[in-house]
Write a protein that binds this ligand. Structure first.
Ligand SMILES: *Cc1c(COP(=O)(O)O)cnc(C)c1O
Length: 339
């Protein structure tokens, strides 16, 4: 395993299934659409952060931590999975919910992920400026300093890209190894990977895994938080960090290898366009697979766009990484009420 030298907590149900989506494939008359079911990683409704947390918590174990802190949007899946990971470890946990989405619907504020945070008994703080990543991180570090005074040994999982060691990306290096073994076992030739790109831990981990294994598979990231230029830069910086962590030459990441597209982002973080809502409905109707309005719905909308533009063709096999997020559906009842 490429990540063998790093401590890892056992939190996820792995390997996750790799499945063909036959009905969606048939409907779009394009490539065979496979789905890597990382919505099924198991811990408290699963999702991609469980793989990431295995390595964040592993790092925290190395440092003898006994408390986890992190920050995210009100409907953050990362926050919910962090709370669950801390509970599984028997650790103290405090989370901060940022005001990022301008909705005052009761469901957005209270149902889905925030409901689950409360169910698991997390101590919850709030942060008013959703676009101030560094300020949000700083508030958590300040709180961690107080917890230290109270006798805890806290570990903060930051979200901003600066100064961060992307431990979580190691989980997605591992995901690529898993995918590679699954494709070998079934004789599947993977021609492209599609995913949602947010903090970029997932995107950078997959990129680094593909490079480290010497695979020639393009990875298409659809932006969920910032524009494609900013996101490309973020993914590149992180991928180089991850390659270094793996002792792989960082210059194997060539200009142009990181592909980010932001047309699915509008109107903004956590708000789906009509086309994104349509992609969620189509996937639910055709496959009984649930996508979310902030991440996977946007990534699927991007994938459908690629097929419609002829960027992926009939003889190809594309793998869509389902990164989870399904509990947040309960924060968006308008997705069906509006129909
Ligand atoms: C966080 C998240 C993403 C984005 O992953 P990053 O590693 O932050 O880029 C995608 N999908 C879901 C459901 C998420 O919760």
């Amino acid at each position: 395993m490429l990540t063998a030298k790093y401590t890892k907590a056992q939190l996820a149900h792995l390997p996750t299934p790799l499945e063909l989506m036959p009905n969606l494939t048939k409907k779009f008359k394009g490539p065979n659409i496979y789905i890597k079911r990382d919505d099924a990683t198991g811990l408290a409704f699963g999702g991609n952060k469980v793989r990431q947390l295995e390595y964040y918590v592993g790092r925290a174990m190395d440092l003898n931590a006994d408390a986890l802190l992190t920050t995210g949007a009100v409907q953050s899946n990362h926050v919910r999975q962090t709370v669950a990971a801390a509970r599984k470890m028997g650790w103290h946990v405090e989370v901060q919910l940022e005001h990022r989405v301008d909705t005052h619907s009761k469901e957005y504020q209270e149902s889905g992920n925030p409901y689950l945070n409360r169910l698991m008994g997390a101590k919850i703080h709030t942060y008013d400026v959703g676009e101030d990543e560094q300020g949000a991180d700083k508030a958590m570090y300040d709180r961690a300093a107080q917890l230290k005074d109270e006798g805890y040994n806290p570990f903060v999982i930051p979200l901003s890209a600066t100064d961060q060691t992307p431990w979580g990306s190691l989980g997605y290096v591992e995901c690529v190894e898993e995918l590679y073994l699954q494709s070998q076992a079934t004789g599947l030739k993977i021609d492209a990977i599609v995913l949602g790109s947010g903090s970029a831990n997932t995107h950078a981990g997959v990129m680094a895994g593909v490079i480290a294994l010497g695979l020639d598979i393009p990875v298409y990231g659809f932006c969920v938080r910032r524009d494609q230029d900013a996101q490309t830069e973020r993914v590149e910086v992180k991928t180089r960090k991850v390659l270094k962590m793996l002792d792989v030459d960082e210059n194997k990441l060539k200009p142009g290898m990181v592909k980010c597209s932001d047309w699915v982002l509008a109107p903004g973080y956590g708000v789906p366009s009509a086309k994104v809502v349509e992609a969620i409905h189509t996937t639910a109707f055709e496959e009984g697979i649930l996508l979310d309005p902030t991440y996977t719905g946007k990534a699927m909308c991007g994938l459908i766009g690629m097929i419609e533009n002829g960027e992926l063709t009939e003889s190809q096999n594309v793998v869509f990484i389902h990164t989870g997020g399904t509990p947040s559906l309960f924060g968006y009842p308008e997705l069906v009420e509006g129909k």
